[in-house]
Design a protein around this ligand. Structure first.
Ligand SMILES: [Zn+2]
Length: 486
């Protein structure tokens, strides 16, 4: 039977344009999807947009437009990333859509009765984070992420009895039944769990949510009498509760469940690619919610780090955000993919710098790969070399093994060592001093190796891979440089 794998990116809030950190995540996940597809797996790869956040409501209000209009506009930008970065999504899930509401409500309804209860809650809420903070977690009374004072909120909410899952989650992660990569993140979350898990709020009043979000099924909360907003009864789901459900509603959970059954229920390989800032939601809340509802859990979560820009934290106030669209327009999608996968340490944090970008582009793409391909193609064309149709190529061990461990950077470093080795071999054999049959005899294995390298590039630089393979199939021809120097 064909092996299957389901790979997801996280779904970002759509209250601003995509930045370079999210580009890293989608490119990593795409490289995985391409790798498994080329290895014969049946792959489903999904992304999407988190649209039910209170942040979106507020941003829309400030811009003076309807919330739906606002999320439509920004969701479209995230969807556009698919073309810009050459991503092979099978689906892009928007959580303001009907089928998602149905699926999230089904998940809620299936949670064990004893796991969901109502309680009056008083807390400090940061809308930016969509998170309640303890007094002790604030810095001078302000949110540590956003530097703003959280809102004081008091209302009756539904709570999820996370405390019931303390031992369960500990065992789940220690046993690697839910594998968290890398180990540093696994340890971090284990120590968080060991500190003791507190129940968390999974709803907010319809009123505080400004009427935006997924209604809690079967809820009959009375209308609030506080506030100056038009009051209405009822609660909507806490945005994280419904957002996490995207991973199954994109497969039709709660509506048409064919894909859900194929890629979630009856498939052991369910992988989330996420950033380190949201690990708590994915490794604690999400598995507990699924366990409560009797739905299988993800099998692995790969956690990438953050990107700084020229050594500084990305922030709007510093004005150092990097727009992936502009970057691609300037340097091309292949170079951007290469930088993200090769230069940003897959298992840690990394930096984006324009000078480093140019250095890598010229050194490794224009000179390293581009130069090698051009040299060999010229010699092969001189001797009228003709190569067989593309065959069943295989991934080199160091590429395959590293990708299975989510070590994108190590896979590329290993591949570039092969490129250097081939360069060295050519310098030693000096094929340009040969001609006729002798030249052909020397250049044939070198050309075959170029084809192997090209195939191995396919998860990372898909367009370049295809170009080289086309160039080295049938009669080899000299072509324009793959990466003109900058
Ligand atoms: Zn915050």
């Amino acid at each position: 039977m064909t092996k299957k794998i389901y790979i997801t990116t996280a779904i970002p809030y759509v209250n601003a344009s995509p930045h370079i950190g999210f580009a890293l995540e989608v490119v990593q996940a795409d490289a995985l999807a391409r790798f498994y597809r080329a290895s014969g797996y049946n792959v489903f790869f999904s992304s999407g947009a988190d649209e039910n956040s209170l942040k979106n409501v507020k941003a829309a209000q400030e811009a003076g437009v309807k919330t739906q209009q606002w999320v439509d506009k920004y969701a479209a930008q995230y969807e556009k990333l698919q073309d810009t970065l050459n991503l092979t999504y099978d689906a892009f899930n928007r959580t303001s859509k009907e089928h998602h509401f149905k699926g999230a409500q089904k998940l809620w309804s299936l949670c064990k009765k004893e796991d969901i209860y109502k309680k009056i809650y008083h807390g400090l809420y940061c809308v930016g984070c969509e998170l309640f903070y303890k007094e002790s977690e604030l810095i001078e009374g302000r949110c540590p992420e956003h530097g703003v004072s959280p809102e004081e909120v008091e209302e009756e909410n539904y709570f999820f009895r996370l405390s019931n899952y303390q031992k369960y989650l500990e065992k789940l992660i220690t046993s690697n039944k839910l594998k968290i990569i890398p180990d540093t993140r696994r340890n971090e979350i284990l120590s968080f769990i060991k500190q003791g898990l507190e129940d968390f709020s999974i709803s907010r009043s319809f009123e505080r949510a400004r009427g935006w979000g997924v209604p809690v099924p079967g809820d009959d909360s009375p209308a609030s009498t506080r506030g100056d907003l038009s009051t209405r009864g009822g609660q909507v789901m806490y945005v994280w509760f419904d957002a996490l459900a995207t991973y199954i509603t994109v497969l039709g959970y709660g509506s048409d469940e064919k894909l859900f059954s194929e890629f979630w229920k009856n498939n052991p390989n369910r992988v989330h690619v996420i950033g380190k800032g949201i690990i708590r939601f994915h490794s604690v809340y999400w598995p507990a919610m699924l366990a409560s509802a009797g739905v299988p859990l993800p099998s692995a979560e790969f956690v990438h780090g953050y990107i700084t820009v020229e050594g500084q934290k990305i922030s709007k106030s510093l004005g150092n955000t990097i727009d992936p669209f502009e970057l691609v327009e300037k340097f091309g999608v292949e170079a951007v993919r290469y930088y993200l996968l090769r230069e940003i340490p897959a298992w840690g944090d990394g930096d984006f710098s324009i000078s480093r970008f140019k250095e890598i582009y010229n050194g490794e793409l224009a000179n390293g790969l581009g130069n090698l391909v051009a040299r060999v193609a010229r010699l092969a064309a001189d001797t009228n070399l003709s190569l067989p149709p593309k065959k069943n190529f295989k991934f080199k061990k160091e590429v395959g093994e590293n990708l299975k461990q989510y070590r994108f950077d190590q896979a590329l470093i290993a591949l570039w060592e092969e490129i250097s080795a081939l360069d060295k071999k050519i310098n030693e054999e000096k094929p340009w001093e040969l001609e006729g049959r002798t030249l052909k005899r020397v250049i044939t294995p070198i050309s075959s190796e170029i084809r192997e390298i090209a195939f191995n590039l396919s998860p990372f630089l898909p367009a370049t891979s295809e170009k080289i393979l086309d160039q080295f199939t049938g009669k080899v021809t000299a072509q324009k440089p793959l990466f003109p120097r900058i």
